[in-house]
Design a protein around this ligand. Structure first.
Ligand SMILES: *Cc1c(COP(=O)(O)O)cnc(C)c1O
Length: 468
């Protein structure tokens, strides 16, 4: 008789062991106090570098490894869940999003085909449609979840190229009579360069247009560039406006961009990776005005919507184009439904149930709950600007999003020095960037746990940091 190796008791354990480990992990995570502002926002690089990672020659105890991992993560990263993290758009995730990850991991649905996981696919479509409607896109708009903003922007560019020249799908760039060109501003997210590389149109295809002195795309520079490219034999494809620049939360002139795109027959994309979350708020929604005219929109769920990492959204009014772009026929897939199956409508094939994170959060907080979240961030940044103005700081960007680009009072050390002093305090994380070419201190509130006391603390840290 053949003897079969038994089921592995740690990889595929029984119920009792699962419960024991879930409880142990729960206790470990409860012990992490970062969200209440304890501990350092900065990683302990020395300790992380020395962390002894196990070889895989002998199996280790799961409980012990879990403890090591949680301990190391408490020390070994910039702590985006710490309320002193005034950083890039990496949020402290919403609690429902965390739970959604646990659920998705447990059932592990394969959602690339509707018939394999109809509930999960319907949940994602529901979230996407509700957001599309709130953006003001037509009722029959749709889209899908992506790994992030970069994939969503990549999808937009693929759709734009395919609509412009359907033969691009089969013949690639050779289908175009000249260099295809996409238009963004100098302040746009430079994932566009990598995207152009991936599209095969080359990085030179990206026109990084001048801004108007306030961080917005200069609409007349856009028109001039399209005219000049056309004259030179290039092929304008797409205008990609940014609604909420990464540096400064500035919104390009969406209506003017839409007018120009329409006049020249170009695809109009709005990259609202971070700022798109303002759509939840009745008072702040007008900041995005013009977005409803877009052919497609990018919004990250893992930025201001505070989903866990690896969750973006691509929304479009031209759903048919998705299948035209991502069509493929295989024998081994259970179906090939252009109207329902994600693998024939998007970049990814196998897919995680990412949309549950936003579904659970929206279902339990409602638009109102998210409005409270974004309005609180904006109010906290307003408070910070006001407090720092008393110390002589100037805010350079005009934004109704929760980010400030600040110039220290005359006689202060360079921004780089100020930033490194703040980081050395381990109580806050801020960054340096440039706004309209001037070095500025960038402070952003994306963490729902950040409160007035954290803003006050940052102000006092900055007061010491500019003392020479
Ligand atoms: C963050 C960001 C991106 C890139 O999104 P990822 O989710 O990091 O891939 C693109 N555009 C803007 C405006 C962004 O802020």
């Amino acid at each position: 008789m053949t003897t079969f190796p038994p089921r592995h008791e740690v990889l595929f354990p029984d119920t009792e062991y699962r419960e024991q480990m879930e409880q142990a992990l729960g206790a470990l995570l409860r012990g992490v106090q970062l969200r209440s502002g304890a501990g350092s926002v900065m990683p302990n690089l020395a300790a992380s570098r020395c962390a002894a990672l196990p070889s895989f020659d002998a199996p280790a105890d799961l409980g012990a490894v879990l403890e090591t991992v949680v301990t190391q993560m408490t020390e070994g990263q910039v702590q985006t869940t710490h309320p002193g993290y005034f950083g890039l758009f990496n949020p402290a995730p919403t609690f429902p999003a965390e739970l959604a990850d646990r659920i998705a991991a447990s059932f592990n649905p394969q959602i690339c085909v509707w018939t394999h996981a109809p509930f999960a696919v319907d949940v994602e479509n529901h979230v996407i449609r509700e957001i599309a409607v709130r953006l003001g896109l037509p009722a029959d708009s749709g889209g899908h979840f992506t790994s992030g903003g970069s994939e969503a922007n990549y999808t937009a560019a693929l759709c734009a190229l395919t609509r412009h020249t359907p033969a691009y799908g089969d013949d690639g760039v050779f289908a175009f009579p000249g260099q295809p060109v996409i238009y963004v501003s100098r302040e746009s997210h430079l994932a566009w360069l990598k995207i152009a590389h991936q599209l095969g149109i080359g990085r030179q295809a990206v026109r990084q247009l001048a801004t108007d002195g306030a961080g917005r795309m200069d609409a007349s520079a856009l028109r001039d560039a399209i005219e000049a490219d056309t004259t030179a034999g290039a092929v304008p494809i797409m205008v990609a406006a940014t609604a909420g620049t990464t540096n400064a939360g500035v919104v390009d002139p969406l209506d003017a961009c839409a007018d120009i795109a329409r006049q020249y027959g170009l695809w109009f994309h709005v990259d609202a990776a971070w700022g798109g979350a303002l759509v939840v708020s009745d008072t702040l929604r007008p900041v995005l005005d013009g977005i409803q005219r877009a052919d497609s929109v990018t919004i990250d769920a893992h930025k201001w919507f505070a989903a866990t990492m690896g969750a973006g959204m691509f929304l479009t009014r031209d759903l048919g184009l998705l299948n035209q772009t991502f069509r493929v026929a295989t024998d081994y897939m259970p179906s090939n439904d252009a109207g329902a199956d994600l693998y024939v409508n998007s970049v990814q094939w196998s897919r995680r149930f990412v949309g549950l994170r936003l579904f659970l959060a929206l279902a339990t907080a409602g638009w109102q709950g998210f409005a409270q979240h974004v309005e609180r961030g904006v109010a906290l940044v307003d408070l910070l600007i006001e407090r720092l103005a008393e110390d002589g700081w100037q805010c350079r960007n005009t934004s109704r999003m929760a980010v400030a680009c600040l110039v220290p009072p005359a006689g202060s050390p360079a921004v780089t020095t100020i930033v490194s002093r703040v980081l050395a305090s381990c109580s806050a994380w801020v960054s340096e960037t440039r706004f309209e070419r001037e070095p500025v201190l960038r402070v952003c509130v994306t963490n729902g746990y950040t409160g007035t006391e954290d803003v006050e603390r940052l102000c006092s840290v900055l007061r010491s940091a500019i003392a020479t």
